[in-house]
Design a protein around this ligand. Structure first.
Ligand SMILES: [Zn+2]
Length: 138
């Protein structure tokens, strides 16, 4: 995957402060849903509210971006877009790591671990319920 090196210059679209905050959002796992189809990314980032992000890609570069947050409404690129673009850049690599770890686990171990994660975590419970109800793009 050369995507990362090829696209590093997208970071220049953002004010340094916004990029820093978006990076923190990415690290804090605030990208709670992500779907890439054809040249379109749809995502949900959990900020002060869950925000919907749409990114249109052209030649593997973000061409048009949308976020439902108030900051982006004024036409400025926001931290939620940064978080989604970082998620997108690391997607293949992280997918591979997750697949490798999961391939070592039995179904029982997977259920046990998921139970531990869901226990006492209302946000994850809600996300998982949405996933089961097919309301979440993943
Ligand atoms: Zn936003």
């Amino acid at each position: 995957m050369k995507r990362k090196m090829e696209n590093e210059f997208w970071t220049l679209l953002f004010q340094p402060q916004i990029f820093k905050r978006g990076y923190a959002y990415y690290r804090e796992n605030r990208v709670i849903a992500f779907n890439e189809q054809e040249n379109e990314i749809q995502s949900i980032v959990d900020g002060s509210h869950p925000y919907l992000i749409k990114i249109h890609l052209k030649n593997n570069f973000p061409e048009a971006c949308y976020c439902s947050c108030p900051y982006a409404e004024s036409g400025k690129p926001c931290k939620h877009l940064v978080a989604v673009l970082l998620y997108w850049e690391h997607f293949a690599e992280n997918n591979k790591i997750a697949d490798e770890i999961l391939s070592q686990a039995s179904d029982n171990q997977t259920r046990f671990f998921l139970h531990k994660l869901l226990f006492n975590n209302p946000m994850l419970q809600e996300i998982f319920q949405d996933f089961l109800d097919d309301k979440l793009l993943m």
